[in-house]
Design a protein around this ligand. Structure first.
Ligand code: FES
Length: 316
């Protein structure tokens, strides 16, 4: 954990603020790479993940951008309503689950709304490396588009295309952009679920292999839990068996028996809780694993995923 102080808070667009965080002791912060995020421990005990969107070579600060989401589970509301410049917070070291693939021939970046935060950092990194890339930023209106000034004045401004819903002539034609992928091309997308699905479906229709598609979700949609039943989990190391009732997660059940699994998002987005499965078939409810990884059924996210078989034997 790192103690930081909010050195500035800035309105970036309608409903979006950026927070600049510096080490409370005045030290350098740990280095990070484009696509990394930090866990922010908020007043009241919530922990939320935010992508770093400053220049990836900076060590004196981290910058996060936060949308005041009306459907917030409390994190963005807390930041917007309670966190001002001067406040101290605890954060984790940066972790990167959305890293750029080295030596790509071309990188195509897609950001939807607040999904611009990791994508902006990627653009900075690719520019620094002298790599070929283009950035497509889709947003409802210019008022809601964060970091427009920074993008307009960036040395890579000519690589950025802004697609505004309020200006239909700027609409993103994803299939055209993604036509004829090369074997070393890579696509990165971050944004709302429907936007990401559209970009990924367009890529697949143009022949992009899954291995060249990279995504980061920032929130999971609601899951229908009405038909959830109970199942058992067994610890591979000790053979202990625990019942997981319909209204509890595997993480909650194990924790109540003294088996702690590290969690962060608790909604299948971040991968922190990823646990190996030795026997049984999980019912995957995460957005973290790829379809192929889910199909392998040898790991799952016990913060939200459940079981298709009566028992799961876990690699714990
Ligand atoms: Fe984030 Fe489980 S805690 S995926």
């Amino acid at each position: 954990m790192i103690e930081v102080v909010v050195t500035s808070r800035k309105n970036e667009a309608e409903g979006i603020c950026s927070y600049e965080l510096s080490c409370a002791l005045g030290n350098h912060l740990p280095a990070f790479t484009a696509g990394a995020h930090i866990d922010v421990h908020l007043p009241g005990g919530l922990v939320r993940q935010y992508s770093l969107c400053n220049h990836p070579h900076e060590r004196h600060r981290y910058l996060i951008g936060v949308l005041h989401d009306p459907a917030s589970r409390g994190g963005s509301r807390c930041l917007h309503e309670q966190v001002e410049a001067g406040q101290r917070l605890s954060i984790s070291e940066p972790r990167n689950l959305f890293a750029l693939v080295p030596k790509a021939a071309r990188s195509v970046l897609f950001a939807g709304g607040i999904g611009i935060t990791p994508i902006l950092c990627m653009a900075e990194q690719l520019w620094l490396q002298g790599d070929d890339f283009e950035l497509h930023y889709c947003v409802r209106s210019a008022d809601r588009a964060a970091f427009l000034e920074r993008l307009a004045s960036a040395p890579f401004a000519s690589r950025v295309q802004l697609h505004l819903d309020e200006r239909p002539e700027t609409r993103l034609d994803a299939e055209r952009v993604l036509a004829a992928p090369g074997p070393q091309d890579h696509l990165y997308v971050c944004g709302p679920g429907g936007f990401m699905q559209h970009v990924l479906d367009s890529a697949r229709s143009q022949g992009w292999p899954e291995a060249q598609l990279h995504r980061e979700y920032f929130a999971a949609g609601p899951v229908d839990t009405r038909n959830d039943g109970s199942f058992s989990v067994k610890l591979g190391s000790t053979g202990q068996v625990f019942e997981v009732p319909a209204d509890k997660t595997v993480v909650q059940v194990l924790e109540s028996h003294g088996v702690a699994i590290a969690v962060s998002c608790e909604q299948g987005v971040c991968g922190t809780c990823l646990t190996g499965v030795l026997e049984g078939v999980p019912e995957h409810r995460d957005l973290y694993l790829t379809e192929d990884e889910q199909a392998a059924n040898d790991q799952f996210t016990p913060c939200c995923s459940r079981a298709r078989t009566g028992m799961l034997v876990l690699d714990l």
